[in-house]
Write a protein that binds this ligand. Structure first.
Ligand SMILES: [Zn+2]
Length: 494
């Protein structure tokens, strides 16, 4: 046996959270074949060798909270993820998934950005395979997408046949490899569903071995009620729960994440199986029309809005609503109304500064907290910097500068823990026989460089990224190898 690739002279962080150790790693085909001191039998003249110079080698990072469904087709180089060391992404979050869909019908959510040629997850997976993306993906099936497909924007409970049709979509997606059901109960049309509807659909995920991932019904004044609802859904449908981008939104709610985490700990102690993710920034981002009632615009929220993508007024992109307002001699509320009521105003993606920095650190101290970027992929605008910087920011700011968690722990929660939760088999660990998704990075140098003012910047200190055994990124160069795969929940792939 002679390896195709050897990464030598590295500190191995194997993903389990155990201490790093010096060694080498060898890869043959798409699998890791040796870890530790490599003998001459493993490394031959045909082996491509990377000298790690004492840097860290870990499993590739898994972005557990993305809206990359459409990006896999629109930007198959996935440069903004790969450059962070991400080798897999979980798509279909917050209740919005590319599948199921009606072929040819424009994506109503604005988050996918591709006109579907598919009707179900298998069809979407084929389209992704044809696009040869740079990273792997596993799909959640989105409640908002299903509900809209079956019931449109009806503000009522589903009829029996409608609920059965929705359940059928979940069951089919589970058969076709989905890792679970996602909801965005704050968004249209998911917000019109009662808890029972979600429980019924979550049961289909449970039957298929999947999880329930939720952008919960309220992340502000009624955060704790919303956490209780997620706990209830997990219990009634008998499945694991992922609380997405855990936060307490709005100044008067800051600090509440501690109570919310305590409630989750309590539920877990009583037999629940609840985990979470967080993005390391004090601003959220998403479709602006979803956050405002145009007839009753919340001035407090208007005051902390920045425009990421604004097709109606491109020159607002990258600016705070209050600054645009000052220039025009009007209020921020007026500017928000002006944008929302303009043609294509509903396509606006905003950034909202609603989170307390201390809450991010509280979140990161929790052992069941994974990392998800929640980036919204519109590269024409001025996106939230989390799209380019999330994973390096954890390593640079929260591990190296702030000491909130150890390097081993951070890597564990970006790799092994995430893969176990989302059903990525044989990934997330550096060990013989595992699939070779790897990242080589310098823990002293790694830094996110994306900022709100200049968000489309790739980080530094990520030296090489290997996806399914192929070098996808090295020394700032994207190789264009396109070795990513659509993954089937619970199945190893090769
Ligand atoms: Zn969300």
């Amino acid at each position: 046996m002679v390896a195709d690739l050897a990464v030598r002279n590295v500190k191995i962080l194997d993903g389990t959270g155990g201490p790093q150790r010096d060694g080498d790693v060898a890869v043959e085909g798409d699998r890791i074949v040796a870890v530790g001191e490599l003998g001459t039998a493993v490394v031959g003249p045909s082996t491509e060798t990377i000298d790690g110079n004492g840097s860290c080698l870990s499993p590739g990072f898994v972005d557990v909270h993305t809206h990359d469904d459409g990006a896999l087709l629109r930007h198959p180089d996935m440069a903004f993820k790969l450059a962070q060391g991400c080798t897999s992404v979980v798509i279909g979050n917050c209740g919005f998934s590319a599948a199921p869909a009606r072929p040819g019908e424009a994506d109503p959510s604005g988050l996918i950005g591709v006109r579907p040629t598919w009707s179900d997850l298998a069809g979407f997976a084929e389209a992704v395979a044809d696009a040869r993306p740079a990273v792997n993906a596993v799909a959640l099936i989105g409640h908002n997408s299903i509900r809209r497909l079956v019931m449109g924007d009806e503000r009522r409970e589903p009829t029996g046949p409608e609920l059965a049709e929705m359940a059928g979509h979940v069951a089919l997606a589970m058969d076709q490899g989905a890792c679970g059901l996602s909801t965005g109960l704050i968004y249209e049309p998911g917000r019109y569903s009662a808890t029972d509807e979600v429980i019924a659909l979550a049961r289909e995920s449970s039957a298929g071995g999947g999880i329930y991932a939720s952008h919960i019904r309220n992340e502000a004044d009624r955060l704790l009620d919303a956490i209780d609802e997620a706990i209830t859904i997990g219990r009634e449908a008998d499945l694991a729960v992922q609380i997405s981008h855990h936060k307490a939104a709005g100044r008067r709610n800051w600090g509440k994440v501690a109570e919310s985490l305590a409630r989750i700990d309590e539920a877990n102690a009583a037999g629940a199986d609840i985990t979470l993710d967080v993005y390391p920034y004090t601003a959220g981002s998403g479709p602006m029309a979803q956050y405002f009632d145009v007839d009753r615009i919340d001035p407090e929220l208007a005051a902390v809005i920045r425009f990421a993508s604004c097709p109606a007024f491109r020159h607002y992109e990258g600016r705070m609503a209050v600054d645009v307002a000052a220039e025009q001699g009007v209020s921020a509320v007026d500017v928000i109304r002006q944008v929302l009521t303009a043609p294509e105003g509903d396509r606006t993606i905003c950034i909202q500064f609603i989170i307390d920095e201390a809450d991010i650190e509280t979140n990161l101290q929790h052992p069941l907290m994974m990392i998800g970027s929640d980036g919204v992929v519109d590269l024409r605008g001025q996106p939230h910097p989390r799209l380019f910087g999330t994973f390096p920011r954890i390593l640079a700011h929260y591990v190296r500068d702030r000491g909130i968690l150890t390097l081993e722990e951070a890597v564990h929660r970006m790799t092994d823990l995430s893969c176990r939760r989302f059903g990525l088999v044989d990934r997330g660990v550096v060990r013989e026989g595992a699939l070779a998704d790897l990242v080589l990075f310098d823990p002293d140098r790694v830094t996110d460089t994306a900022t709100y003012d200049d968000p489309k910047q790739e980080p530094v200190g990520i030296d090489a990224v290997v996806v399914n055994g192929r070098i996808a990124y090295r020394s700032g160069v994207h190789t264009g190898v396109g070795a990513g795969r659509m993954l089937h929940h619970g199945r190893s792939s090769s």
